[in-house]
Design a protein around this ligand. Structure first.
Ligand code: LMR
Length: 396
C-alpha cells in the first residue's frame, strides 16, 4: 500500500537544519532556523528557566493528566502578558486561553476550530510569511490567500498594497498577522499603521488572528504587544497563537497557547467548549512541563524580573549583530546598501540574497540561509561574522 506514497520535499527551514547537522565541515554557520545563539554559539537554557525547573522538581507531586485545556494558572498569565493584567479583556473573562504544543499547535487548533465551527473558510496570509502557515491552515481545511506585505525595492512595508489586497477579503475571512518581528522580513507596521489596519479589519468584519511568537524580541515585552492591543481596541473578536519557544528558549518543550477573544464571557465559554473538542480530537491534553516552567517564572516577581532581563540581553545581542554585520559589510567595500538590516526587528532579516547566492554560500562556504534569502541574525556571533562577510562578499 505504501508504495504509492511519493517523497515529500524537505521542509525549507527544518530540512535545512537536518542538512546542517549532517554537514561534516567544521566552519559551518547556521543562519537558517530561528533559534537564538549566544556569543559562544550555544542556545543556552535561561537562568530563570533553570531556577523554575529546580522549584518544579522539588514541588511537583504528580504526573496525572492535565485537563484538556491545560494549566489554568498559565492560561491566566498568558492573557495578562498579551493584554496587560488590568485589561478589560482579562477582567471581563471574555477571552479563554488553552495551552497548546508550541505556536504551531496553537495555530492549528485555532484554524481547525474556526473551520469546523463554520466561522471562517478562508485565511489571508502575508506575502511573504513563515512557510508553515500555508500548511497549518490548509491541513485544517481553510483556503489560503495572500496579501501584499513587503516591498522588495524599498525593503520596507508595502502598506498601501496590504490594504489594497485585503480589500478583496469578505466578512468572516481571517487575517493572519504577525504580532511583532515579522517572520521572515523583520518589517513590522508602525503604531499608526497598526491603528489603520485595526480599524480596517473592524469595519470590514474581518477576523484578526495574531501569530505572536517573538514577544520581547522587538522593543520589549510590553512594547511588542502594542499592535495586538491596538487591534483589541477596535476588534471585539480575535484570536492569538502564542509561542514561548523563543522568548523562554523553550524550543523543545513545545510551549504555546491559543487565546480566543469573544464579545462576552458566556460566548467565550461556549466557544471554548469547541476549542476543547478540537484539542481532545488532536492530542487529548497538553504536556505539562514547559507551561509549568513559564507559569512558575511569570508568577514570581524575582524570576519574572530575571526573565525580562534575559530577554533584553538576547534582544540587545541581536541588535549588536545587526549593527556589526552592516558595519563589516561596508568595511569590506561592499557597495550594496544593507542599512535596512539595522531597521528590521527580531531574529530575521530578508537579506535580498537570491537563490543562486544562497546555494553558493551553502556549497562553497558552509553558510546556511533559507532559500528565500531570510537570514537569522540571531545565529551571527563575533566569532563567525568575519567568515560570513567573506562568503557574502564572494557571492555578490
Ligand atoms: C523559524 O521560522 O525558523 C522557526 O519558527 C522554526 C520553525 O519551526 O520553522
Amino acid at each position: 500500500m505504501f508504495e504509492k506514497v511519493t517523497q515529500a520535499p524537505a521542509d525549507p527551514i527544518l530540512g535545512l537544519t537536518e542538512e546542517f547537522r549532517n554537514d561534516p565541515r567544521t566552519n559551518k554557520i547556521n543562519l537558517g532556523v530561528g533559534i537564538y545563539k549566544d556569543e559562544a554559539g550555544a542556545t543556552p537554557i535561561l537562568n530563570c528557566v533553570k531556577k523554575a525547573e529546580k522549584i518544579l522538581l522539588e514541588t511537583e507531586t504528580t504526573k496525572n493528566y492535565l485537563s484538556i485545556e491545560g494549566n489554568a494558572e498559565y492560561a491566566q498569565l498568558v492573557q495578562e502578558l498579551l493584554f496587560g493584567a488590568d485589561h478589560e479583556i482579562v477582567t471581563s473573562k471574555r477571552a479563554k486561553t488553552a495551552q497548546a504544543p508550541g505556536g504551531t499547535g496553537a495555530l492549528r487548533i485555532g484554524a481547525e476550530f474556526l473551520f469546523r465551527q463554520g466561522i471562517s473558510k478562508k485565511v489571508w496570509i502575508s506575502n511573504p510569511t513563515w512557510v508553515n502557515h500555508f500548511q497549518v491552515f490548509g491541513v485544517a481545511g481553510m483556503e489560503t490567500a495572500e496579501y501584499c506585505y513587503y516591498d522588495p525595492a524599498g525593503k520596507n512595508l508595502d502598506f498601501d498594497g496590504m490594504l489594497e489586497s485585503l480589500s478583496a477579503a469578505v466578512p468572516g475571512d481571517v487575517v493572519l498577522l504577525h504580532g511583532c518581528c515579522h517572520n521572515p522580513t523583520g518589517v513590522d507596521p508602525s503604531l499608526e499603521q497598526w491603528e489603520v489596519l485595526a480599524k480596517f479589519c473592524a469595519e470590514r468584519k474581518l477576523l484578526p488572528f495574531f501569530d505572536f511568537a517573538y514577544q520581547g524580541f522587538g522593543s520589549g515585552i510590553e512594547e511588542d504587544a502594542a499592535g495586538l492591543r491596538t487591534f483589541a481596541k477596535y476588534n471585539k473578536e480575535l484570536l492569538v497563537a502564542s509561542s514561548f519557544s523563543k522568548n523562554f528558549g523553550l524550543y523543545n518543550e513545545r510551549v504555546g497557547a491559543i487565546t480566543v477573544v469573544t464579545t462576552d464571557a458566556e460566548i467565550a465559554l461556549r466557544a471554548f467548549s469547541q476549542v476543547k473538542t478540537t484539542i481532545r480530537a488532536n492530542y487529548s491534553n497538553p504536556p505539562s512541563h514547559g507551561a509549568a516552567v513559564v507559569a512558575t517564572v511569570l508568577k514570581d516577581p524575582a524570576l519574572r524580573a530575571e526573565w525580562v532581563a534575559e530577554v533584553k540581553a538576547m534582544r540587545d545581542r541581536i541588535w549588536e549583530m545587526r549593527e556589526l554585520f552592516v558595519q563589516k559589510l561596508k568595511a569590506k567595500g561592499i557597495k550594496q546598501d544593507f542599512n535596512f538590516i539595522t531597521e528590521q526587528n527580531g531574529m530575521f532579516s530578508f537579506s535580498g540574497l537570491n537563490k543562486e547566492q544562497v546555494t553558493r554560500l551553502n556549497k562553497e562556504f558552509a553558510i546556511y540561509i533559507v532559500g528565500s534569502g531570510r537570514i537569522s541574525v540571531a545565529g551571527m556571533t563575533k566569532n563567525n561574522i568575519d567568515a560570513l562577510i567573506d562568503g557574502i562578499a564572494a557571492v555578490i
